[in-house]
Design a protein around this ligand. Sequence first.
Ligand SMILES: O=C(O)CCC(=O)C(=O)O
Ligand SMILES: [Fe+2]
Length: 248
Amino acid sequence: MGPKGSWTPFHADVFRSYSWSANICGKKKWLIFPPGQEENLRDRHGHLPFDITAPELKQSNIYPRYAQSTAPVEILQEAGEIVFIPSGWHHQVYNLEDTISINHNWVNGCNVAIMWSFLQDELAAVQREIREWRETMEDWHLQCQVLMKSYTGIDYKEFYNFLKIIAENRIFVLENHHSEEDASKHSYRAAISGLGMLHAVFDLKRTAKVLTSLNANEDFKKLNPEALTPPPHALLHRLKAAIDTALL
Ligand SMILES: O=C(O)CCC(=O)C(=O)O
Ligand SMILES: [Fe+2]
């Protein structure tokens, strides 16, 4: 909810999720950039601007790549209209009138790999910040995870748990698709069985790809992942078996 004249500074959404935003009343102006375009808007220290319309952006000693940037896509959103923002599109938003809107963010099989790639970038940024203590701190890798969680809202183990819950739900759908109606009366898990078999297989395939990459990741390996339940390799094995059975 925002009065006329209020605005939201330049950003991309949490975990590089998708979002939709529905205007109940009022009017918004959106300035949006395709993924990657924000690179030209970084200052000489690599930081993104708070306000992409600020006059300082034109100073090439502060924003060296601004001259190469392209103009944002501009959207005027009226009451009753919904805007969809794909993963990784940076945006700045103005309330042109007193405005109420409802917004929802989500990750699914189509953008979970984008989320994983974002988390790797976030960890790399933390590692760069505290690299000078790498050799002197015994728990340096663990501390990087702590900092990442405080900054990004999630660490690698939590991301694993996220994948695990998605995978287990989808496996449940595949294993119980014959008794869908019965099951949906009894459990939340089965309620999502409304997804359908193909959707569940699609999500599992995408989850398997991301989980394979997570398992091979050197930073994840340093966190003693085999102590997690179930161990990531066991989950991946189960996941692949569920896909194979479903495709028989
Ligand atoms: O409505 C706004 O001011 C910001 C909305 C936004 O950033 C979003 O929905 O992702
Ligand atoms: Fe946003």
